[in-house]
Ligand binder design. Structure first.
Ligand SMILES: N[C@@H](CCC(=O)N[C@@H](CSS)C(=O)NCC(=O)O)C(=O)O
Ligand code: FE2
Length: 256
C-alpha cells in the first residue's frame, strides 16, 4: 500500500521518468506529419541539458519553442542517419542555439560537428546515449541506446512491425538483418523501441514485442533478404532534395 502511494506521488510530479540513482529523464516524442518522422527530445531534469534526435527542418520552430518553454539547454542535435525523405533540422538548430553541436555517424559521409563511431557516447547531464552502429538501411545508421538500456532510438533500422528499406543509399538487407539481430534484439526484452518513422499510427514498442511480432525481422535471414528484395516501394518524394541537403547537415553553411 505504502509502495503504491509513493509510486502515485512520484507519478504526480510529472512525466519525467525516475531512475535508481535519483536522476530523472524528460522525454518528448514529436511528430512531423508530411514525412511521418518522429523527433525525440531527451533531457536531464536536474541539469536541463538536452539532446534532440532526428529533428526535421520544417519543425525547428516548434522544437526550439518547446526547448525554450521547458528551460532546456540543447547540447546535441543528432541524426540516426542521412535521411532520404526529409531535410534534417540539425544544422538550423545548431545555428540558432549556441552550444548545440550537430552529430551523425562518420560512416554516413555527412558533415557535422561530431562524427560518431560505434560505441561513442553523448552525455547530457547525468545521462548518456550510446551510438551503436546498425547499418543496412544505410551504411551509416546508428541506434542510440540510453545508458541503462531502458530505451533505444532505432532510426530506420527497426520500425514498429517493420524496418527501413534497403533498396537505395547503399542499403543491404543481409547487413540490416544482422544489425537488428546482433545490436538491437540483444538488448533487454523490456527495452523500449522508439522508431524514426511510423506509417500506421504506432508510437513505441519493445525489443521483446519486435522479436516476436515483427513480420520481417522474425523471418530467417534468407527469407528476410528475399522479402526486402521484392518490396518495390516508390522512391521518397523529397529524396533528390533531402540527401544532398542532409550531407551538409541540412543547411548551406559550409562550417556545419
Ligand atoms: N512515402 C514516403 C517515403 C516512405 C519510405 O520510403 N520510408 C522509408 C523510411 S524514410 S528513408 C522506409 O524505409 N520505409 C520502409 C517501408 O517498408 O515502407 C515519402 O515519399 O517521403
Ligand atoms: Fe531513412
Amino acid at each position: 500500500m505504502w509502495g503504491r502511494r509513493v509510486a502515485a506521488a512520484l507519478r504526480a510530479l510529472g512525466p519525467a521518468r525516475s531512475y535508481g540513482t535519483g536522476r530523472r529523464l524528460l522525454l518528448r516524442q514529436l511528430f512531423e506529419a508530411r514525412s511521418c518522422t518522429y523527433t525525440y527530445v531527451l533531457a536531464d531534469e536536474a541539469s536541463r541539458d538536452a539532446v534532440i534526435v532526428d529533428p526535421v527542418l520544417e519543425t525547428v520552430a516548434r522544437d526550439t519553442q518547446l526547448l525554450r518553454e521547458l528551460g532546456l539547454r540543447l547540447r546535441y542535435a543528432v541524426n540516426t542517419h542521412c535521411h532520404a525523405d526529409h531535410v534534417t533540422g540539425s544544422g538550423a538548430l545548431r545555428a540558432a542555439l549556441p552550444g548545440c553541436l550537430s552529430a551523425i555517424s562518420r560512416a554516413s559521409g555527412a558533415r557535422a560537428d561530431l562524427l560518431l563511431r560505434d560505441g561513442d557516447r553523448l552525455q547530457f547531464g547525468a545521462f548518456e546515449l550510446e551510438a551503436r552502429a546498425s547499418p543496412g538501411h544505410t551504411p551509416g545508421c546508428l541506434t542510440l541506446v540510453l545508458d541503462d538500456e531502458s530505451m533505444a532510438f532505432t532510426g530506420d533500422a527497426l520500425l514498429i512491425r517493420g524496418c527501413g528499406r534497403t533498396d537505395f543509399q547503399q542499403g543491404c538487407a543481409r547487413t540490416l538483418y544482422r544489425s537488428v539481430h546482433e545490436r538491437i534484439f540483444t538488448l533487454p526484452g523490456s527495452c523500449l523501441v522508439y522508431p524514426g518513422h511510423d506509417y500506421t499510427g504506432q508510437t513505441v514498442s519493445t525489443v521483446d514485442e519486435e522479436r516476436r511480432f515483427n513480420p520481417r525481422l522474425s523471418l530467417s535471414a534468407d527469407e528476410f533478404v528475399t522479402l526486402m528484395e521484392g518490396l518495390n516501394l516508390p522512391r521518397p518524394q523529397l529524396m533528390d532534395v533531402a540527401v544532398p541537403a542532409n550531407l551538409r547537415c541540412g543547411v548551406q553553411d559550409v562550417t556545419a
